[in-house]
Design a protein around this ligand. Structure first.
Ligand SMILES: [Zn+2]
Length: 439
């Protein structure tokens, strides 16, 4: 009789505790000296110090089956495919974490470091300054790999829960097309607490360009997302706040431009997260199932070699630089790329939460459409995940054109805009991976 009672007691404990473990670590990614800053082509000089530390943070989640997944968030514009691949290979080797269980996200702060040659055509950096960027990128890779290793060593039992709040400062910025275009004001929050209910970490998101500060600002700063993380970490002593950028490619903070604005939006976002944490969050159970695949996004027919040669004389130096780069590529590789291997990832936490992590600067239409098709309640759609090859327009925005639909490609480097069909390719792949992780 006593044995049966003990077995029943053990079973009820197992039901109450979903069996998660989590570990956390952080590292500063602020460069030690001046470095070219990412995001604004108008900047004419390298950085002048740090205003708010920029960081990389690692969150390891272990579900009851013992499988580990790793989220890395960063106060930077985005990962390149090269850096993401190198980090993933080292983490797979060191910790046995497969690609689908590694999720990278960047806050898209425009007051962070340039890495590799990301948006290279947009910057007036000298050769010596590019050499600094190369050294920094190598150092950054090591810091990210090391922060993951430290998080692995701090695993402790936790409970996960999820809720969603709102913050209203994002405004659709394509006012030339729609004076009052669509936005996603949702603030998804994953709370990680110990057995006594103490907050250990909060992972939260928002779908808005992290561009409150303008190009004239030349100190490193995490922008509104950095302020929100710092404020939450002040309020909840010892806790780590992780920011995940949503589908905010066509939204800006409004109004914007000053440190006063950035502090106000950071405070508003932190307050929205706190409200969720103080209210009723729903338990999130495992197991965590993960899938990652690349889907080929096809580029539209590019200009001819002769057309690129003519553009070398263009008065717009960015158009001329883009043409130079395309011609160099043709000389080097014999042809231009016809498609981009676009990363799509799904993390499914039992039946309680699904995170869809899309690469690139994803416009809000994707979050709204996937919410309608998959059910918005348990869905979290992130953009700026894994790598950021450029803007990812919806079919609507591709047809409308403008910066997010076509113009930004000049800075990012592909031969030209995507061909029609980009939205359907991505949405189909998301559905496929959601089905795959639901089994
Ligand atoms: Zn952007």
């Amino acid at each position: 009789m006593a044995r049966i009672y003990l077995l029943l007691a053990a079973a009820s404990v197992a039901l109450a505790a979903p069996g998660w473990k989590a570990g956390f670590a952080r590292v500063s990614i602020a460069p030690s000296g001046p470095l070219w800053m990412a995001g604004y082509s108008a900047r004419t000089a390298a950085s002048e110090g740090v205003d708010l530390d920029v960081q990389a943070k690692a969150l390891v989640l272990e579900d009851s089956s013992g499988r580990r997944s790793l989220l890395i968030t960063t106060d930077m514009l985005g990962f390149t495919r090269g850096l993401a691949q190198r980090v993933a290979a080292r983490i797979a080797k060191d910790h046995g974490i497969p690609r689908e269980r590694l999720m990278l996200n960047s806050s898209h702060t425009h007051s962070g470091p340039v890495i590799e040659r990301m948006l290279g055509a947009a910057y007036d950096a000298t050769d010596a300054q590019w050499a600094d960027v190369d050294r920094y990128t190598e150092d950054l890779e090591n810091r990210i790999v090391n922060v993951a290793a430290r998080a692995m060593k701090s695993l402790q039992p936790v409970d996960l829960s999820f809720g969603r709040g709102t913050a209203g400062f994002a405004r659709n910025r394509r006012v030339a097309y729609h004076p009052n275009g669509p936005v996603d004001h949702g603030v998804p929050v994953l709370a990680i607490r110990d057995a006594r209910g103490k907050l250990l970490a909060a992972v939260f998101g928002y779908a808005c360009h992290n561009t409150t500060l303008g190009g004239e600002f030349r100190k490193f700063h995490g922008d509104y997302a950095g302020v929100a993380q710092a404020r939450l970490e002040q309020t909840h002593r010892g806790a780590t706040a992780f920011f995940i950028t949503g589908c905010g490619a066509d939204s800006n903070p409004n109004p914007r431009g000053t440190l006063d604005h950035v502090n106000r939006y950071g405070a508003e976002l932190a307050a929205a997260v706190d409200k969720v944490l103080a209210g009723a969050t729903r338990p999130v159970r495992g197991p965590l199932r993960a899938a990652f695949e690349e889907v080929a996004l096809v580029f539209d027919t590019p200009p001819t070699k002769a057309e690129f040669e003519a553009r070398l004389q263009d008065k717009n130096k960015y158009v001329a630089r883009h043409a130079r780069n395309q011609l160099d590529r043709i000389a080097r590789e014999g042809r231009l790329p016809t498609e981009y291997p676009y990363p799509v990832q799904v993390w499914r936490f039992g039946g309680d939460l699904t995170i869809v992590a899309l690469g690139g600067e994803v416009v809000v239409d994707y979050a709204l459409r996937l919410g309608a098709e998959l059910g918005a309640d348990n869905l979290w759609v992130a953009g700026y995940s894994n790598d950021v090859p450029g803007y990812i327009p919806s079919e609507r925005i591709l047809q409308e054109g403008g910066y997010e639909g076509a113009g930004a490609m000049i800075y990012y480097g592909p031969p030209g805009p995507f061909a029609p069909g980009v939205e359907m390719s991505i949405v189909k792949k998301v559905h496929e991976l959601v089905r795959l992780t639901g089994r």
